[in-house]
Design a protein around this ligand. Structure first.
Ligand SMILES: *Cc1c(COP(=O)(O)O)cnc(C)c1O
Length: 370
């Protein structure tokens, strides 16, 4: 049964998130799971997703910015939280006061964390990040011994972990994975030689699923928690997000009549059109114009012509959908509806970008399995 909603809505199935987290905890029996809930939990809602993940056995939460971490604390979440990327002028003190673990990629960043710790009167919990080959965030190997030495000497810092991030884990067997693992080991050895005894974490979703040898103490899955599979092999993950709308108008048009801006689609025969009040301002990429189906009254039906800012049109042939009939734009794919992966493939991106892009003030989010 359809509940009341205005034009379009995102429905997040928290039971799916719990199922996916249980699958990941089972796959990494020797490691704790850090559920990555950055970017508002990839568009699913950071606080509800974090709570569901913790209920299902995740022990840590990972976010990108300190602001994202603090929002979890403000919601009353007390589990370990780790954040790793902020502007150089961020004040770490509120994060340290809130017991949030921080990442340091350089001695400069470490010094700013130490400054925050002194002002807080509490040691900072720090994870030292080694760049093992992604060449993005993280300390390059040539600067690593100095960073480790500075952290080991610092009484206002507890070094909790050494960590890194993989570039190509979604391509199992890619030679960079082993190369990064070797550098990670070398960086860890240097930390041990400096007298530290840190945890280690390296694996994202793809490595959690395919590289048990790289699980170490903690794994950091993100996308798989939301049920999207980053690796080529089948995994029993359940996509948590459904994007849906409803039919607000139907009409017959005659063969030869054209539809929507630019008249890029013309009816080959007399047909019934259904108007759906969801457009690119709601998260339907305009690039899907005439290139994707929706799921409507038990069938896939094609989008006819351009996706507009607020609406799109569906070709229903000789069927006459009911006003208010549910239109699934993408979902878990169980019944045959399109998936976020199918959208991504159609427009040349990844499903990460599709679901993360669904966080829009215009589109209400509703939770199932609360
Ligand atoms: C986003 C992110 C993850 C999670 O990656 P997935 O591919 O979504 O599993 C883990 N670690 C870091 C540092 C990240 O930025």
């Amino acid at each position: 049964m359809r509940s009341e909603f205005s034009r379009a809505e995102v429905v997040v199935d928290l039971d799916a998130i719990r199922h996916n987290v249980r699958l990941l905890t089972d796959r990494a029996p020797g490691a704790a799971v850090m559920a990555v809930v950055k970017a508002d939990a990839y568009g699913h809602g950071a606080v509800p997703a974090a709570r569901a993940a913790l209920e299902a056995g995740a022990r840590w939460l990972g976010a990108c910015s300190l602001a994202e971490g603090l929002a979890l604390r403000e919601a009353g979440i007390t589990a370990p939280v780790f954040t790793w990327l902020d502007a150089p002028d961020v004040d770490f003190a509120p994060g340290i006061a809130a017991g949030i673990d921080l990442s340091a990629s350089s001695t400069g960043e470490l010094a700013r964390i130490v400054d925050g710790a002194r002002r807080t009167g509490k040691p900072a919990r720090v994870h030292l990040k080694i760049d093992t080959g992604l060449s993005r965030n993280g300390c390059p190997l040539y600067a690593w011994p100095a960073l480790v030495k500075a952290a080991a000497a610092e009484t206002d810092v507890d070094v909790v972990a050494v960590w890194s991030h993989l570039a190509c884990a979604d391509e199992p067997g890619h030679p960079s994975i082993d190369a990064q693992a070797q550098r990670f080991q070398a960086a860890y050895d240097i930390a041990r030689e400096a007298g530290l005894n840190p945890l280690r974490h390296l694996a994202n979703s793809a490595a959690t699923l395919t590289r048990p040898d790289l699980h170490f103490d903690l794994v950091r899955p993100g996308i798989a928690i939301y049920g999207l599979n980053p690796v080529p092999q089948h995994e029993n993950l359940v996509p948590a997000m459904t994007f849906r709308s409803q039919v607000v108008l139907t009409k017959r048009i005659e063969a030869g009549e054209s539809v929507s801006y630019g008249h890029t689609w013309t009816a080959a025969r007399d047909t019934t059109l259904a108007l759906v009040p969801a457009g690119y301002a709601d998260g339907v990429p305009r690039a899907l114009s005439s290139r994707m189906d929706v799921w409507l009254e038990g069938k896939r039906r094609p989008i006819a012509g351009r996706v507009c800012m607020d609406q799109l049109v569906v070709d229903c042939g000789d069927d006459e959908p009911a006003l208010g009939a549910e239109v699934v734009l993408f979902g878990a794919g169980r019944d045959g509806e399109p998936t976020a992966r199918e959208w991504a493939d159609a427009i040349g991106t990844i499903d990460y970008e599709i679901v993360t892009g669904m966080y829009r003030p215009r589109v209400p989010r509703r939770y199932e399995g609360v």
